[in-house]
Design a binder for this molecule. Structure first.
Ligand SMILES: Cc1ncc(COP(=O)(O)O)c(C=O)c1O
Length: 391
């Protein structure tokens, strides 16, 4: 490898190691939705986003197996030959489930966010209109990366800081350019498990003209009618102009979807480079999407159970937020070393709880990010609570 590059990598990675910020993987073999093997040792997995246990649900697995017999990959991007009837049916199923006119599938949630933001910026630019993104400080990296890459103006407002958001919206409205303003937030935040102030955003929507992009990565499946999401649960179905769903969390699969009006989805097909220039999601995954949605509809007890387990853990640890039943539970420990140490201790007790460090979370808020699944046993959750109390 190039010598200069080697030197840079050595220097940077050594520094990361010294600061306990070096990232590395290990092989984790799933046994079922809540148990894994690492180096031959079994752990209860409290770090997956498989909230409803669908990664191992027989109906989802059967749908994949049936479809995988006829085709492994899509072979081309959706605008070339990579859009099959399975893609169309999966998109229709997602749109019906979310209550939107249309949906479009991308290979990951990351790309779904990228494609949606690219579309917003590119359409505005094509029509000679300025665009201005207003983003909550704690939104996911994919949204930050997407917004930065557009080169458009953006403002960051404090987490759920509605007063500041209102001020920024008013400033934008008052400028001569009168840009298209786009508010970006998450329904359930990925690292804190708390929710956007959806009611306050709805109120602002009544006062200001803006587009709302709501990332429902962690709200989908866990909240709403048949898992339609957190906005649906609160009765704000049509509040978001654009909703993002990731299939990689409660749906137990992989991929992401942009949901919205038929017009916006046509916009994505013409401006969303993350869609246009990427091979279509695998047909077998498409086949599994309607199956996963059907399970959410038929087995509502999954949603109820994961939320009741979350309430139990939150109550026991006095970790409260709104809502108080999201299965993402942050056990904030502060310094990086403390979080890592706690994670190691949990492992010694047979539980896999990953430490989350900066830059994924703000400095000084390193934590154990505990996630629950409806498939966790009551006993396992009791042990988790005991161990976390000691941590
Ligand atoms: C809020 C949020 N949005 C988007 C993504 C990206 O989804 P995916 O993992 O499917 O690329 C994630 C995943 O970590 C997320 O937490």
């Amino acid at each position: 490898m190039n010598e200069e590059l080697s030197r840079l990598l050595h220097e940077d990675l050594e520094q990361r190691q010294a600061n306990h910020l070096f990232r590395q993987r290990e092989v984790v073999e799933p046994i079922d939705s809540t148990h894994v093997l690492i180096d031959g040792k079994q752990y209860v997995n409290f770090s997956s986003n498989d909230y409803l246990g669908l990664t191992h649900h027989s109906k989802v697995l059967d749908a994949i197996a049936r479809s995988a017999q006829s085709s492994a990959g899509s072979g081309a991007a959706g605008l070339i030959t990579g859009y099959t009837s399975l893609h169309r049916d999966a998109e229709d199923a997602i749109a019906r489930w979310k209550g939107t006119e249309a949906a479009i599938l991308l290979p990951s949630g990351y790309q779904a966010n990228l494609g949606a933001v690219q579309t917003l910026a590119s359409v505005a630019q094509a029509r000679g209109r300025e665009v201005r993104f207003l983003i909550d400080r704690l939104v996911h990296a994919s949204l930050i990366d997407a917004v930065r890459a557009t080169g458009a103006e953006f403002r960051v407002f404090p987490h759920n800081g509605m007063t500041k958001l209102q001020r920024v919206l008013a400033q934008g409205r008052a400028t001569q350019a009168s840009p298209l303003q786009v508010v970006i937030t998450e329904s359930i935040f990925s690292m804190d498990g708390d929710a956007a102030d959806v009611a306050a955003i709805a109120e602002l929507k009544g006062q200001y003209d803006f587009v709302l992009l709501l990332d429902e990565a962690h709200g989908s499946g866990v909240y709403g009618n048949d898992g339609a999401g957190y906005a649906n649960e609160l009765g704000f179905d049509s509040l978001a102009d654009i909703s993002i769903v990731t299939l990689s969390k409660a749906m137990g699969l992989a991929g992401g979807a942009i949901c919205g009006s038929k017009l916006f989805i046509d916009g994505v097909l013409n401006h969303g480079r993350a869609y246009i220039y990427s091979t279509g999601i695998a047909p077998a995954i498409c086949a599994a999407i309607p199956a996963a949605i059907e399970v959410m509809r038929e087995e509502r007890e999954r949603q109820a159970r994961v939320r009741s387990l979350a309430r139990r853990v939150r109550d026991a640890l006095s970790i409260s937020s709104t809502p108080n039943d999201s299965p993402i539970i942050p056990v904030v420990l502060g310094e990086v070393a403390r979080a890592i140490e706690a994670s190691v201790r949990m492992r010694e007790l047979g539980m896999l709880v990953i430490a989350v460090r900066p830059p994924t979370v703000p400095r000084g808020s390193s934590r154990l990010r505990v996630t629950l699944s409806c498939d966790h046993l009551d006993d396992e959750v009791s042990k988790l609570i005991d161990a976390l109390k000691r941590a």
